[in-house]
Design a protein around this ligand. Structure first.
Ligand code: AP5
Length: 197
């Protein structure tokens, strides 16, 4: 299986690039943000609770997202692999993902980290907020989402760095330019490991 953690701050292009990756490598896309927004749209009790947290730009409790991930892994356990988009977002989530994949004799192949400066993130998300009306795409919440990312989520990169799975990718440029960098990173990483390095 090819299991890619697609990592990066809010607005770095995780969702956009995940769509292209799943097509190229025939993978299953798991976005915890999309799963939570679907709970909100369906007005479930989980969705009602999550909406308040998401609108504030904070993180939904680990046990909720881990439960959603375990369910998705079970549904697609015989598939070719996954792109995890927006997950893991805490070191605890990364540890739990490791445990859950181990249950299927699997592991995270690599973590690709899209690197985009705050000014560009703000520009992209304010624009999307104006066009799509996503309720957490307003300047105040975007800034808090980025602060939460820096405080609670960046440590996940150190977790994968220690395992030699962290691969930074420049997330500035056209969508196709960035995708090419990601594909080069995936293929370079696989070749390196096939060579037994
Ligand atoms: P989530 O849905 O994961 O949102 P996010 O991380 O804030 O990321 P975005 O979807 O805003 O951005 P993206 O990086 O996917 O970029 P995109 O491709 O969309 O999470 C939302 C909330 O849910 C969280 O705040 C939290 O409350 C909760 N949550 C989710 N997962 C959780 C977890 N694991 N644990 C706890 N809580 C969790 O692109 C953004 C925009 O930029 C788009 O308009 C796009 O068209 C544009 N764009 C993309 N690429 C480019 C480019 N190269 N140049 C110009 N524009 C571009």
């Amino acid at each position: 299986m090819l299991n890619i953690v697609l990592f990066g701050p809010p607005g770095s292009g995780k969702g956009t690039q995940a769509e292209k990756l799943i097509k190229k490598y025939n993978l299953i896309h798991i976005s915890t943000g999309d799963l939570l927004r679907s709970e909100v749209a369906n007005k479930t009790s989980l969705g009602t609770e999550a909406k308040k947290i998401m609108d504030a730009g904070e993180l939904v409790p680990d046990e909720i997202v881990i439960g959603m991930i375990r369910k998705k892994l079970e549904e697609h356990k015989d598939g070719p692999g996954f792109v995890f988009d927006g997950f893991p977002r805490t070191v605890e989530q990364a540890r739990e993902l490791r445990k859950a994949l181990t249950d299927y004799d699997e592991r995270v192949t690599m973590e690709i980290s899209l690197e985009v400066p705050r000014g560009e993130l703000l520009k992209r998300l304010v624009k999307r907020g104006e066009e799509s009306g996503r309720s957490d795409d307003n300047e105040e919440t975007i800034n808090n989402r980025i602060d939460v990312y820096e405080r609670q989520t960046v440590p996940v990169t150190y977790y994968y760095e220690k395992m030699h799975k962290h691969v930074p990718v420049n997330g500035i440029g056209t969508i196709d330019q960035i995708f090419k960098r990601i594909v080069d990173a995936v293929e370079g990483f696989e070749k390196f490991h096939e060579a037994g390095a």
